[in-house]
Design a protein around this ligand. Structure first.
Ligand code: HEC
Ligand code: HEC
Ligand code: HEC
Ligand code: HEC
Ligand code: HEC
Ligand code: HEC
Length: 265
């Protein structure tokens, strides 16, 4: 009897949660794969008569870890929250850490960011919102070489990293401080509050490659004791806890079964 009931309860819960999510407007029009993780920055641009800035996560995360940008370079994980200014970039902070016309990746110096005096076509590469600027890095060409996933960018980033199809830079000379790496914590399962729901496997091992420790502790998960932070699926849909990343840059929350899996014992 119990064996039949559990799956039924799970399906009911899924339907309930999905309709709840829809009601809260979580189920927006799904972005195109290349637009997943795209952000537009406009704290100061239009006010200063330049087009807003478009930043693609897919391109940058194919080269760098989340940790490098969100810890070492100090970018907030919330659009607009950092308040990047042209002067910061000119002085070698934020985008200007790499985009200074000097720093070399893949044997190529990266084009420079903002400039006080002149305005030229280089400006358009970032200040591109609403303009017809041709991207030099082509998403389709890149994605064709990557393992596939259903949602988000349509790319299985986890597998791409594991199979060495992308090599992530986690350290910038002169910026990152080299420190002893902390021992990676054990993987564990989280038990949902509702009985009978499949457990959630959380892999420290897999997350640490991208995020180090500091991206999650203590800002997103204060408790470094399993079970210390209490959260629900509704809060995750709302962009808190796991939802800080999942649904915006990491695979979306609509991919239920990637988190709600049975653990392999
Ligand atoms: C090259 C730097 C860079 C890398 C690499 C990077 N990010 Fe970001 N990320 C940014 C910037 C810049 C912003 C916007 C910050 C602001 O506007 O204040 C941002 C914003 C975000 C946001 C908020 C998005 C929103 O809709 O508000 C999330 C979530 C995020 N990043 C997660 C990640 C994750 C997860 C990774 C790794 C898979 C990652 N980022 C890799 C630079 C980066
Ligand atoms: C950690 C280094 C790093 C940081 C920080 C960084 N970028 Fe980049 N960015 C790169 C590299 C490397 C490339 C690829 C080089 C190229 O296309 O010439 C790139 C390419 C780009 C492109 C080119 C897109 C195309 O295909 O034409 C844009 C636009 C861009 N970055 C915007 C930004 C913005 C905006 C910021 C800050 C919010 C930023 N980047 C921060 C390293 C970085
Ligand atoms: C690598 C990306 C990048 C490039 C290239 C770039 N900018 Fe910016 N710029 C930014 C970002 C990010 C901001 C902050 C956007 C915002 O929130 O409005 C910004 C803001 C500005 C602002 C707003 C005023 C201020 O004080 O912040 C001006 C003006 C500006 N840039 C001028 C330029 C000019 C001129 C060029 C070309 C010489 C240029 N930028 C090239 C990334 C770039
Ligand atoms: C993607 C986010 C994320 C990253 C990255 C991360 N953690 Fe965690 N960590 C968690 C979550 C979620 C929990 C469980 C917290 C809870 O349930 O309240 C946790 C729990 C822990 C615990 C308690 C484990 C237990 O069994 O009680 C320790 C210790 C810990 N983390 C250390 C680390 C260290 C060290 C790193 C870097 C090597 C790291 N974490 C990276 C999300 C993360
Ligand atoms: C700081 C950002 C961040 C937070 C917070 C976060 N994740 Fe992730 N997670 C990632 C990134 C980046 C990946 C790599 C895959 C991708 O980007 O789609 C990932 C991958 C995963 C995977 C796939 C691993 C595999 O086996 O392929 C699972 C499952 C997962 N996360 C569950 C969780 C759960 C559960 C939580 C909350 C307890 C959580 N994540 C919190 C960033 C985050
Ligand atoms: C990024 C990982 C992740 C994804 C994707 C995800 N969940 Fe969850 N879910 C969690 C975590 C973590 C919890 C446990 C929260 C707790 O109880 O501590 C949870 C709990 C739940 C619960 C138990 C009730 C509650 O609020 O705690 C339900 C029901 C649920 N999820 C349904 C879904 C459905 C339906 C989807 C797909 C639309 C989904 N989840 C996608 C991570 C995820």
């Amino acid at each position: 009897m119990k064996k039949i009931l559990l799956p039924v309860i799970f399906i009911l819960l899924v339907v309930f949660t999905l309709s709840f999510a829809q009601e809260r407007g979580v189920k927006k029009k799904r972005p195109l794969p290349q637009d997943y993780g795209k952000i537009v920055l406009n704290n100061f641009s239009e006010k200063n008569r330049v087009a807003p800035v478009v930043f693609d996560h897919w391109l940058h995360r194919s080269k760098f870890t989340c940790r490098l940008c969100h810890t070492d370079l100090g970018f907030e994980m919330k659009t607009g929250a950092t308040g990047i200014k042209a002067d910061d970039n000119i002085n070698g902070y934020y985008c200007g850490t790499c985009h200074n016309g000097k720093r070399v990746f893949d044997n190529k110096a990266v084009f420079r960011a903002c400039d006080k005096g002149k305005r030229d076509e280089v400006c358009d590469r970032c200040h591109s919102f609403g303009k017809d600027v041709k991207r030099e890095n082509n998403f389709s060409e890149f994605a064709a070489k990557m393992p596939k996933e259903r949602l988000g960018n349509g790319i299985d980033w986890e597998l791409a990293e594991k199979d060495n199809l992308i090599k992530l830079i986690d350290f910038l000379e002169g910026i990152s401080v080299s420190k002893k790496t902390m021992p990676v914590q054990k993987d564990f399962t989280l038990e949902p509050k509702v009985a009978g729901l499949p457990e959630i496997v959380f892999s420290h091992q897999k997350h640490t490659v991208w995020n180090g420790c500091e991206v999650c502790h203590p800002d997103i998960f204060t408790g470094v004791k399993k079970g210390a932070t209490k959260y629900s699926m509704i809060e995750i849909f709302d962009g808190k806890f796991c939802g800080v990343c999942h649904g915006k840059v990491a695979f979306p929350t609509m991919d239920c079964q990637r988190c709600h899996v049975k653990p392999v014992s």
